[in-house]
Design a protein around this ligand. Structure first.
Ligand code: HEC
Ligand code: HEC
Length: 250
């Protein structure tokens, strides 16, 4: 191998590193520009806060987060970016704009429960659940807390049960908590033949081999019921949620 070949190879490597260092941020910049200027909305960049601008830019990286979470587990930020942002980022149709403390003050004064109720059921031009009917109540509430807090409130997002939630909890409380945030998405209405919450006739045949057998089937999954209903926590916690449903159908 001659010396000049080695030098040539080294030059190539340096060239590639340079291209990566300069080219990658440039690409990100161009993609970001494409997304923001292609929306056809006057951004009023001169008057937007840094927060509002970054909120406009976030969906590029946020899509994965929303799709990744099992039903019921999505955070306020993820729900906001996937659903609410399309109106609230710009204050479209008179919606209180994200991060605008002036626009939010009167809303926040209504209290978290009222705002959550309006977000869940709809309020004038605000569609129920922002138009995303698959969101659980807790997911909508998390988005309300996330948006309210960006406007100056000190709301607490309803907890995402599972990964982060450790510690000893009363099984009945825990079961309801998990049901509300995960299982409800299908079992409240009986979607895809899921036995409906509180429906004795729907649950009776499921329980003919005993509660433990039904719980074991739920852990493994069955047809449209994903393993543990998509819940990420322990088998015991899943069982607590299943018992909460089963007890309601006795
Ligand atoms: C299609 C547009 C649109 C989407 C999407 C949308 N909103 Fe709204 N939202 C509005 C409008 C318009 C208002 C103002 C309604 C009014 O005060 O008459 C509003 C008001 C609100 C309020 C204040 C209610 C009150 O009592 O003052 C909350 C809270 C809220 N939205 C939460 C959300 C959440 C959470 C999401 C996402 C899950 C969302 N919105 C998605 C248009 C939207
Ligand atoms: C994505 C929708 C979905 C979610 C979320 C979901 N389930 Fe289900 N579940 C179903 C469906 C559909 C069935 C009926 C499956 C069948 O019989 O084909 C079912 C059946 C069950 C059964 C009865 C199993 C049997 O023996 O027949 C139990 C127990 C159960 N689910 C518990 C839960 C629990 C607990 C949660 C929350 C941690 C949950 N499910 C979340 C859709 C869901």
């Amino acid at each position: 191998m001659s010396g000049s070949n080695v030098a040539g190879g080294a030059q190539k490597v340096v060239g590639m590193i340079l291209a990566a260092v300069i080219g990658f941020p440039l690409l990100i910049f161009l993609v970001a520009k494409l997304f923001t200027s292609g929306s056809g909305v006057d951004l009023g960049l001169s008057t937007m806060t840094g927060e509002a601008i970054s909120a406009r830019l976030q969906p590029i990286g946020a899509v994965k987060v929303v799709e990744g979470g099992p039903p019921g587990s999505r955070s306020g930020k993820a729900v906001y970016e996937a659903v609410c942002m399309s109106c609230h980022a710009t204050g479209m149709a008179g919606s209180p704009k994200f991060g605008d403390a002036g626009a939010w003050a009167a809303r926040i004064a209504k209290g978290f429960e009222t705002l959550s109720k309006h977000a869940i059921e709809g309020f004038n031009a605000m569609p129920a659940r922002g138009g995303a009917s698959d969101l659980t109540d807790d997911e909508v509430k998390r988005a309300v807390a996330y948006m309210g807090n960006a406007g100056g409130a000190k709301f607490e997002e309803p907890k995402v049960v599972g990964a982060a939630a450790g510690g000893a909890v009363d099984p009945a409380t825990k079961g309801k908590e998990i049901y509300d945030s995960v299982c409800m998405a299908c079992h409240a209405t009986g979607i895809s033949n899921a036995p409906k919450f509180g429906d004795k006739a729907a649950w009776a045949p499921r329980l003919k081999d005993g509660v433990d057998a039904a719980v074991a089937i739920g852990i493994k999954g069955l047809n449209a019921m994903p393993p543990k209903g998509g819940y990420q926590g322990s088998d015991d916690e899943f069982k607590a949620a299943a018992l909460y449903m089963i007890n309601a159908a006795k």
